[in-house]
Design a protein around this ligand. Structure first.
Ligand SMILES: Nc1nc2c(c(=O)[nH]1)N[C@H]1C(S)=C(S)[C@@H](COP(=O)(O)O)O[C@H]1N2
Ligand SMILES: [Mo]
Length: 406
C-alpha cells in the first residue's frame, strides 16, 4: 500500500469509526427501489416536477470543501505503483457523467519495464486440458460493447478529494466466453487473473506490493459480468489503464480490475489468497485477512454517496445553498438517500428525473438553508438500514464546508 494511503487509513477518524460501526452492524440484506438523478431547475419528469427552489435565482459562487488539501486534478503524478491521476468529481453534470480517458483516474502507471511494442499473450494454465497462450487475435472476436461502468479505488479518500473514482464506456470480451474457449477441467472452481506489475522503482517505503492478481469463483465472475476490457470510450485502452487488456469486474473495487493481464490460472477452493488480496483485505472490508481465496467475500462497492459541489445561490435576494452529490454502488438502485448536517435531522435529497441504474453514478441535489454561519459536516445515508452501506455507516465519504453567509 502506498505510504500516503496507509497513513490516511491508519490515522483517520474514518477508519476508527469504520471499525467501530462494523462491529455494531447487524445482518445485512438488500432492498430495491428506484434511483433518481436530478439537476434541479424546474424540469418535468415522469415522477413529477423537480424542485423549483432555485427557479429564477442565480449561482453566485462555489464554496470549497473545508479541510481538504488541494489536488492537481487531471494530471498524472508520480511513477509506477505510486503513480496517480485524480478525477475532479466537482465537474460532474447531467450531460457530463462519462469521464474522458485523459481525465479517468489512475492508480499505478504504465510499468516502465513493459515494452509497449511487444506482442501480447495471456498464458492460461492450471486446471485446464492443456496450457495455452491467448493472443489478442484470439480474444478480439469475443469483444463487444459492455456499457458504462464506474471504477473506484478501494483506497479512495479525502486526501485525493475522493478523485480515485471515474466512469466510462467499456468494450471487452466476457471472461466466461474466454474461459469457455480454453478447456477448463471439471475440478476447477476458481480463476486467478494476474497482470504485469514489474516496475524498476519500488513503491515508496515498499508499501504497495507488486504482483497484481485476484481470484474469483466462476459464480462471482458470471454474476458481476466480468470482462477482459480492450477499449475505454471507444478508444484502445490507454497505457496507464492496462493496455492492451485489463480485467473489469462491474460493481467491484478497482483492486480486482487487474491491468496488463498476462496470466489466467484455473484453480480450486484450496488456492491461497494472492498477495494483492491480502494487501487489500481491509480496504475491501474482509473479515481479517483470510488465508484462502475461497474465504474472501466479493470485493463489491456497497451503496455509497457523497457531496461533490456546494453552490451558493442568490434566489430573490436571499442566500440559498445547493448541495450537489453523487450516489453509486450497491446491488440495487435506491431513491432512499438522506442528508444530515452536523448530526442534525436526516432529510431526503432530491433524485429526479427517475434514474434506474447503478452501474455508474447518479446525481442528487439538496436545497440547503443553514440557520447560522459555521462549519458543517455533511453525512449521507440510505434510510433503510437493511441496505448494505458499510462506508456510509463509517462516515468514509463525509465532507465539511464552512458557510460565512446565510
Ligand atoms: N497490474 C496492475 N493492475 C492493477 C493495479 C496495479 O497496481 N497493477 N492496481 C489496481 C488498483 S488498486 C486499481 S484502483 C485499478 C485502477 O485502475 P485505473 O488506473 O485504470 O483507474 O487498477 C488495479 N489494477
Ligand atoms: Mo485501488
Amino acid at each position: 500500500m502506498p505510504l500516503f494511503e496507509r497513513a490516511i487509513l491508519a490515522t483517520s477518524k474514518e477508519m476508527s469509526r469504520l471499525h467501530r460501526r462494523i462491529f455494531l452492524q447487524g445482518a445485512l440484506s438488500s432492498v430495491s427501489g428506484i434511483l433518481f438523478g436530478c439537476e434541479g431547475g424546474a424540469e418535468k419528469s415522469a415522477s413529477g416536477p423537480c424542485s423549483s427552489a432555485f427557479a429564477g435565482g442565480e449561482q453566485v459562487a462555489e464554496v470549497p470543501f473545508a479541510g481538504e488539501d488541494p489536488v492537481a486534478f487531471g494530471t498524472p503524478i508520480g511513477a509506477g505503483l505510486d503513480g496517480r491521476l485524480y478525477t475532479d468529481l466537482s465537474k460532474l453534470a447531467p450531460d457530463e457523467l462519462i469521464t474522458p480517458n485523459e481525465l479517468f483516474y489512475i492508480r499505478t502507471r504504465y510499468p516502465d519495464l513493459l515494452d509497449p511494442g511487444a506482442d501480447w499473450a495471456i498464458d492460461v494454465s492450471g486446471l485446464v486440458a492443456a496450457p495455452v497462450a491467448l493472443s489478442l487475435a484470439d480474444i478480439s472476436p469475443l469483444v463487444k460493447p459492455m456499457g458504462a461502468h464506474l471504477l473506484e479505488c478501494s483506497g479512495n479518500t479525502s486526501g485525493g478529494k475522493f478523485g480515485l473514482l471515474s466512469a466510462c464506456e467499456w468494450d471487452g470480451a466476457p471472461l466466461s466466453d474466454v474461459l469457455a474457449a480454453v478447456g477448463v477441467r471439471p475440478e476447477a472452481t476458481r480463476v486467478l487473473v494476474s497482470g504485469f506489475d514489474n516496475h524498476s522503482q519500488p513503491s515508496a517505503g515498499g508499501h504497495s506490493t507488486p504482483g497484481a492478481s485476484w481470484i474469483f469463483s466462476f459464480d462471482q465472475l458470471e454474476a458481476a459480468g466480468a470482462f477482459l476490457a480492450t477499449k475505454m470510450n471507444g478508444e484502445p485502452l490507454p497505457n496507464d489503464h492496462g493496455a492492451p487488456v485489463r480485467l473489469f469486474v462491474p460493481g467491484w473495487f478497482g483492486c480486482t480490475c487487474i491491468k496488463w493481464v498476462n496470466q489466467i490460472v484455473l484453480v480450486d477452493d484450496t488456492a491461497p489468497a494472492t498477495s494483492q488480496m491480502q494487501e487489500f483485505a481491509s480496504r475491501t472490508h474482509q473479515n481479517g485477512v483470510p488465508a484462502l481465496a475461497a474465504d474472501y467475500s466479493p470485493a463489491k462497492i456497497q451503496q455509497a454517496a457523497m457531496p461533490i459541489r456546494i453552490e451558493k445561490w442568490n434566489v430573490g435576494g436571499s442566500v440559498l445553498y445547493r448541495v450537489v452529490g453523487i450516489a453509486w454502488g450497491g446491488d440495487v438502485p435506491t431513491d432512499d438517500l438522506q442528508i444530515a448536517f452536523d448530526d442534525g435531522a436526516w432529510e431526503p435529497v432530491e433524485m429526479c428525473p427517475p434514474h434506474t441504474q447503478n452501474a455508474t453514478w447518479t446525481l442528487w441535489t439538496f436545497a440547503w438553508k443553514p440557520a447560522q454561519p459555521g462549519t458543517f459536516t455533511i453525512a449521507l445515508r440510505v434510510a433503510d438500514p437493511s441496505v448494505p452501506q458499510i462506508r456510509l455507516d463509517a462516515g468514509w465519504y463525509e465532507r465539511s464546508v464552512s458557510i460565512d453567509e446565510v
